[in-house]
Design a protein around this ligand. Structure first.
Ligand SMILES: Nc1ncnc2c1ncn2[C@@H]1O[C@H](COP(=O)(O)OP(=O)(O)O)[C@@H](O)[C@H]1O
Ligand SMILES: [Mg+2]
Length: 295
């Protein structure tokens, strides 16, 4: 199981998922290539976590074809999971266990033993500043610590494909940055990464390619920089205080700073904020709606 760079390792075609009479995913298709960091974006409730669960084989799809590292998750979930690292949005951690014992239990699942296992556990705990909590019970950890534990636990098996469902939601900025560094380090080492996020800066910073899921299908896809250059090159001026994407906020796009200066000289009102356009602007422009959740 050693995919070479650029090889397709996740192939999703026409994926559909219905819960009862509710169609959550209607037609989702995309591929992920070995070695890239691939972003799954979308507003709250778009179906991002459902896609992750289908890939991991804990939710059955209603329609479509799916190959993950050569496996169909619905058929070979157990075998597939040996090759994946996953951090689900809600991490299921065994509350009564200590951090270290929880990690050691996962080592056994991945047939890691003895001194090698102990060293990997300590190195990973150290890498996310969790070593001093090694003997603490999971029930005593803060939310941020639990996320970090779920993250390092997913790395025990040195997975070729790492799946992270909103890995930095609820983390303070310092921990977010530490996690970004770690994700980039893993990428440099050849790990393929699939991550969901609703943080646009995170997607722009980490993802080589991304798709935006909206109303059950992929409605935007590409490289972050290309999407911005194609749909929203330049700058966005925002008039009015508060969230610059709030409903009713007045926005205006400028192709360049020169175009902006010219208007100002001609007596245009100065905006509260002038900033480079970002992925949020692309989504707003293409769908008329705001991607970001309030948090
Ligand atoms: N087990 C379930 N039964 C019924 N509806 C579900 C279930 N899981 C998720 N949903 C619904 O599917 C939609 C997509 O959810 P989810 O995949 O969690 O979205 P996201 O991760 O993008 O926020 C939501 O409307 C959610 O309420
Ligand atoms: Mg989710």
């Amino acid at each position: 199981m050693n995919p070479s760079k650029g090889e397709t390792i996740v192939d999703i075609r026409g994926l559909g998922k219905t819960y009862g009479s509710a169609e959550v995913l209607s037609d989702v298709s995309f591929t992920i290539k070995a070695g890239e960091c691939f972003g799954l974006l979308g507003p709250n409730g778009a179906g991002k976590s459902t896609i992750i669960k289908v890939i991991y084989g804990v939710v059955a799809r209603s329609r479509g074809d799916l190959q993950v590292m050569g496996f169909d998750p619905q058929v070979d979930a157990m075998e597939l999971r040996r090759h994946l690292g996953v951090v689900m949005q809600e991490d299921a951690l065994d509350e009564a266990m200590t951090v270290r014992n929880n990690m050691m239990m996962f080592c056994r699942f991945h047939s890691l033993k003895g001194a090698e296992a102990a060293k990997r556990v300590d190195d990973l705990l150290e890498s996310m500043s969790l070593l001093m909590k090694a003997h603490a019970r999971i029930s005593t950890l803060s939310g941020g610590m639990r996320r970090r534990l779920a993250f390092v636990r997913s790395l025990l098996s040195q997975p070729k494909l790492l799946i992270l469902d909103e890995p930095t939601t609820g983390l303070d900025p310092a921990v977010r940055h530490a996690l970004w560094d770690k994700i980039r380090e893993l990428k440099r080492g050849g790990t393929t990464i699939l991550l969901t996020t609703h943080y646009m800066d995170e997607a722009e910073l980490l993802c080589d390619r991304l798709v935006v899921i909206d109303q059950g299908r992929v409605n935007i896809q590409g490289k972050p920089r290309q999407l911005i250059d194609e749909h929203c090159p330049g700058y966005v001026a925002v008039f009015g205080q508060g969230s610059d994407l709030a409903a009713g906020a007045m926005r205006r796009e400028y192709a360049s700073l020169d175009a902006y200066s010219l208007e100002l000289k001609q007596g245009a009102m100065a905006p509260h904020v002038l900033r480079p356009a970002n992925l949020e602007d692309v989504f707003l422009k293409l769908t008329g709606r705001v991607l970001k959740e309030n948090d």
